[in-house]
Design a protein around this ligand. Structure first.
Ligand code: SF4
Ligand code: SF4
Length: 430
C-alpha cells in the first residue's frame, strides 16, 4: 500500500465513524509508509525495532545490539549454551540484527555460543562481529590464525564487522603498528573474508583521533560510553569525531558493567527529583540512543529478562529523544554521583598515561575506586580491579605507583595522583 492509498483508506474509516483526526491520519500514514519503505533492504527488519545507518557501510543496524560477553553461566563455569541460544533467537525475532562477540570472550565460548545460535539459517538474519586480540599475538602470522579460529567457532566464512580488539597506547605501539594489523585487515576485506573493518578502543581521545586518522579504510569503531563518564576515554567527543570521518559507531557497556543498571539510592533520588521516572537501565540506553552519531548500543544481556526489557526500550530508540526534563534528570544523577564522600574528581580522560610503571591511572580512579565508594562492595570492586586489568591491557594497580610525579603536570584537573594512589591502596589493598 502506498501513502496515497493508505490516507484514502484511513479517511474512509474516519468518515465511516471512527474518531480519527486528520492530523492523526497523516501521522499514521507517515508511520505506515515509513515502515514499508524503510523495511526494504534492512536485514531482519521488525517494525518494533529501530534501525540506524552504520556510517559509510551502507547498512542499517538495529539500535540494540546483542553483546555476547555476559552470557548466562552454568555452575561448571561454562556458558549455558541452551539458554544463550534461546536468548539470541528471541533477540533476533525482536528485530536485533547485530551480534557482538570476540575471540577471547569467555575463553572462546562466546564465539561458540554465537555459532550454535546462528546455525540452521539464523546467520542470514544478522551481522556478526568478532575481534582480533593483539595481546595474545606473539608474531604477525597469529593474526590470520586467530581470524580463522573465529570463523570456525562462529561457523561462518565471512565476518561482517571485524575489529582490532581493544586498541590502547601499548597495543597500538607494540603490536598493531609493527605487526601491520591494519594492512592485514585491509587484505581480508579485499579478499571478501570480512565486510567491514574497525576497532574497539580504550584510551585517550588524543589516541582515538590518531587511530581514526591513521587510515580512511576504517568503516566503524566500538567505544565505551555512558552518561556518567562524559569524558572517559574517547568520551562524548569520540562519537562526533568518528561520525565526522564517516565511521559507524557501536557503543559498548551502556550500563557501565552493571553499575548503571543498579544505581545507588543517591542517584535514584536525583533522577526521581525531576519528576521523570523510568528503570535504571532504560535511562542508560536512552542516553546513548539520544546521541545521533550512535549507530548501535551493544548491550551485554545475561538473561531472557534482560533481552525482553532491552527490546521494549529499543522500540522507541531515536536520535534526540530525550526531553529537557530528562536531560536535567541525568545531570542531577551525575552531580549526585560526584558528591559521594571521598569521590576523586578524575574524568578518566587518560591524559596522564603512559605512566612509566604502567599504572592504569584513569581506570583506577574514575572507574574502580569511585564506583567502590558508592556501593562499598569490595568484592565487586576487586572484580573490576583485578579481572579487567592486566599488565598488557588496562595497566597495573595502584601498588605499582612509585610516586615519581611524571603524571602530575599532565592532569588537567591538577589531581595529586601519587597521594590518591595511596588512598586507593589503603581501600582496596593493592
Ligand atoms: S606518580 Fe605513580 S602513577 Fe604517576 S607516573 Fe609516577 S608511577 Fe605513574
Ligand atoms: S588523573 Fe587526571 S589526567 Fe589522569 S585520567 Fe584522571 S583526570 Fe585525566
Amino acid at each position: 500500500m502506498d501513502r496515497r492509498d493508505f490516507i484514502k483508506k484511513a479517511m474512509l474509516s474516519a468518515v465511516a465513524g471512527a474518531m480519527v483526526s486528520p492530523g492523526a491520519i497523516a501521522r499514521e500514514a507517515e508511520k505506515q509508509v515509513s515502515v514499508e519503505e524503510r523495511g526494504t533492504g534492512i536485514l531482519n527488519y521488525n517494525p518494533n525495532m529501530q534501525y540506524r545507518p552504520m556510517g559509510r557501510t551502507g547498512v542499517d543496524v538495529s539500535a540494540l545490539g546483542f553483546g555476547m560477553l555476559r552470557l548466562p553461566m552454568l555452575a561448571s563455569g561454562h556458558v549455558d549454551m541452551d539458554q544463550s541460544v534461546e536468548m539470541v533467537h528471541r533477540a533476533i525475532e525482536g528485530g536485533v540484527n547485530y551480534i557482538d562477540t570476540g575471540r577471547v570472550y569467555i575463553n572462546g565460548e562466546s564465539e561458540q555460543a554465537v555459532g550454535k545460535a546462528l546455525a540452521g539459517g539464523w546467520r542470514d538474519r544478522v551481522y556478526v562481529t568478532s575481534k582480533s586480540p593483539w595481546w595474545v599475538m606473539e608474531r604477525p602470522e597469529d593474526f590470520e590464525r586467530l581470524f580463522d579460529e573465529s570463523r570456525r567457532a562462529i561457523g561462518t566464512d565471512v565476518i561482517d564487522f571485524y575489529h582490532i580488539h581493544m586498541i590502547m597506547h601499548r597495543g597500538w605501539r607494540e603490536k598493531v603498528l609493527p605487526y601491520r594489523l591494519i594492512e592485514k585487515m585491509e587484505k581480508l576485506k579485499a579478499e571478501g573474508k570480512i565486510r567491514f573493518m574497525g576497532f574497539s578502543f580504550h584510551d585517550s581521545l588524543q589516541l582515538f583521533k590518531q587511530v581514526v586518522e591513521y587510515t580512511p579504510a576504517w568503516d566503524f569503531c566500538l567505544i565505551q560510553h555512558n552518561y556518567l563518564d562524559y569524558e572517559y576515554e574517547a568520551g562524548v567527543l569520540g562519537p562526533k569525531y568518528a561520525a565526522a570521518n564517516g565511521m559507524g559507531l557501536a557503543v559498548m557497556k551502556p550500563v557501565r558493567t552493571g553499575f548503571l543498571a543498579r544505581l545507588p539510592q543517591s542517584m535514584k533520588d536525583a533522577l526521581a527529583s525531576t519528576g521523570v521516572r523510568k528503570p535504571d537501565t532504560e535511562w542508560a540506553l536512552d542516553y546513548l540512543w539520544d546521541i545521533p552519531e550512535v549507530s548501535v548500543a551493544v548491550s551485554g544481556m545475561g538473561s531472557m529478562a534482560d533481552v525482553e526489557e532491552n527490546l521494549k526500550y529499543a522500540a522507541k530508540a531515536s536520535p534526540n529523544m530525550l526531553t529537557p526534563a530528562e536531560r536535567e534528570a541525568l545531570g542531577a544523577a551525575i552531580r549526585a554521583f560526584r558528591s559521594t564522600p571521598g569521590h576523586i574528581d578524575c574524568t578518566g580522560c587518560y591524559q596522564c598515561i603512559p605512566c612509566p610503571q604502567n599504572v592504569a591511572i584513569g581506570y583506577i580512579f574514575a572507574y574502580v575506586y569511585n564506583n567502590y565508594l558508592v556501593h562499598r562492595d569490595l568484592k565487586r570492586a576487586m572484580a573490576d580491579y583485578t579481572v579487567s586489568m592486566s599488565p598488557v591491557q588496562r595497566g597495573d594497580p595502584a601498588s605499582s605507583c612509585v610516586a615519581c610525579g611524571q603524571c602530575l603536570p599532565k592532569c588537567p584537573r591538577h589531581l595529586d595522583i601519587p597521594r590518591l594512589m595511596d588512598r586507593v591502596k589503603e581501600a582496596l589493598g593493592k
